[in-house]
Design a protein around this ligand. Structure first.
Ligand SMILES: C[S@@+](CC[C@H](N)C(=O)[O-])C[C@H]1O[C@@H](n2cnc3c(N)ncnc32)[C@H](O)[C@@H]1O
Length: 451
């Protein structure tokens, strides 16, 4: 692989005797790819292993496995049913480091396409909250689709700048993920275009941008809260030196990240400061089975109280009444939350957060379309429920011809009546509406298989 001369010179200086192994790994070590199991779906790990055979575990993420991407397709029914997410193994370390509790309020500030947000969201119950933010609009839409596919309920997707969020949510979050935009040196092996875009100036400007994003994150962090900061680059201007900036400017300490003992420690001498960096972690492809990555966990030593007021309760709307009717007829579960209508889309929004004046892509769980006093349930609702939550289900095996027909958008035979969840080995994958022995297809058009 042709690498920029200045990058090689810097890595030589950084790594000394290890440099030869490092540079060999840039060409010779196979590229690492993996899948991460959706822990919010009961039994998903066993189902995936039964389907694909034993997979090698990623040592820093108990739900992550090495997997050959050419052998597991994104069109596999278990992927469409949200049982797993394709994720580069090193990227799984960021959320592993954080130890999320079910009632935490978590913000993922740079969240698209959603690897870390879906990993974090799977730990959060209805008493917690995930806000996944992405600054680029079309990437925010992809993020929202991935959150829907994972069946996450108490999750809001926003499309804002970090500053705008920081003005509104002062000391609101228990835990914040800053998986920062970076110079991507750790992706050189996977994405050769990252090599073309590389320059010393770029690494420096990425460092400056990361400090700004972390300044915003600090405004939103509760006293005593945690920020996990990660990048996929080797550049010290973005890693240790950004950590030194945090220690210099804020009342925070670096703490040992959870689950990452097996990784290399960051280095104080790369930080241009006297700060100890031994609690930060680095992944190098010549030392670990993963692409280049950096992780640091900060703990706030402040004791600020949240300055954010809770939203007012809204009264029951006609849309909610129609939804409740649908729920009574077709579900065995009663959803708890506040309802809100965005155009014709009905959402069940988390009770604890006000999104007034914030650009929102997904205000909680999209329940479906409310139109002319009728309700049509969404794919997101189907994937957020369990098989036992539906009154009507029709179940298929992964390799069944009937399931394939359904995923291609065709009708299938069904002896039920009304809205019915199609499930694959018990995992909901989409809706159909049954009458006269036929299930009319409501699998989303954008996901339908071509063949
Ligand atoms: C490393 S990627 C995030 C990957 C994501 N966390 C995941 O696991 O799928 C960084 C993201 O930051 C976004 N970004 C770029 N500039 C930004 C800025 N100034 N503030 C916040 N986010 C930014 C990019 O659009 C990109 O989606």
């Amino acid at each position: 692989m042709r690498l920029p001369e200045k990058f090689e010179d810097r890595m030589k200086k950084m790594l000394g005797d290890e440099y030869d192994d490092f540079i060999k790994s840039m060409d010779e070590t196979p590229i690492f790819t993996g899948i991460r199991i959706n822990t919010s779906k009961v039994g998903a790990k066993d189902a995936v292993i039964k389907e694909f055979g034993e997979l090698q575990n990623v040592s820093w993420c108990s739900d992550g496995f090495y997997a050959d991407k050419s052998k597991i397709s994104g069109n596999h029914p278990y992927h469409l049913a949200g049982l797993f997410y394709f994720q580069e193994p090193s990227a799984m370390s960021t959320v592993s480091a954080l130890n999320i509790e079910s009632d935490d309020y978590v913000l993922d500030l740079c969240a698209a396409p959603g690897g870390k947000a879906t990993q974090a969201g799977a730990f959060i119950s209805k008493n917690g909250l995930l806000v996944a933010n992405e600054i680029v609009k079309n990437r925010a839409n992809i993020l929202s689709d991935n959150i829907d596919r994972f069946g996450l309920t108490n999750a809001v997707v926003t499309n804002e700048t970090p500053q705008k969020l920081a003005e509104k949510y002062v000391h609101f979050f228990d835990k914040i993920i800053v998986d920062a935009p970076c110079s991507g040196e750790g992706m050189f092996r996977k994405e050769p275009q990252a090599v073309d875009e590389w320059s010393v100036e770029h690494t420096v400007s990425c460092g400056v941008r990361q400090k700004h994003i972390l300044d915003c994150a600090m405004k939103m962090l509760k006293g005593g809260g945690y920020i996990v900061y990660s990048t996929c680059t080797f550049a010290p201007e973005e890693n240790e030196q950004v950590c030194a900036y945090m220690l210099e400017n804020y009342n925070v300490e670096l703490v040992e990240p959870n689950n990452l003992d097996m990784l290399s420690k960051g280095r104080g001498e790369w930080s241009n400061s006297d700060y100890d960096m031994s609690k930060t972690r680095r992944i190098f492809p010549h030392k670990n089975n993963g692409e280049g990555h950096f992780v640091a966990l900060f703990h706030s030593l402040d004791n600020y109280e949240s300055e954010v007021s809770k939203p007012k309760k809204t009264s029951m709307t006609d849309a909610e009444k129609v939804y409740r009717q649908f729920e009574k007829e077709f579900l065995n579960t009663e959803l708890d939350g506040e309802f809100c209508l965005f155009g014709e889309q009905l959402y069940l929004k988390p009770k604890c957060i006000d999104v007034d004046k914030i650009k929102v892509v997904r205000n909680g769980l999209n329940l479906g379309i409310y139109r002319k006093n009728r309700f049509e349930p969404s794919y997101a609702l189907c994937l957020a429920l369990k098989k036992e939550d539906f009154k009507n289900t029709v179940d298929f095996e992964c390799d069944s011809e009937e399931l394939k027909k359904y995923l291609m958008g065709n009708t299938v035979e069904c002896d039920k009546k009304g809205w019915c969840a199609v499930t694959v080995n018990g995992y909901p994958i989409g809706w159909g509406k049954a009458s006269n022995g036929i299930l009319k297809n409501h699998f989303p058009k954008y996901l339908r298989l071509k063949r």
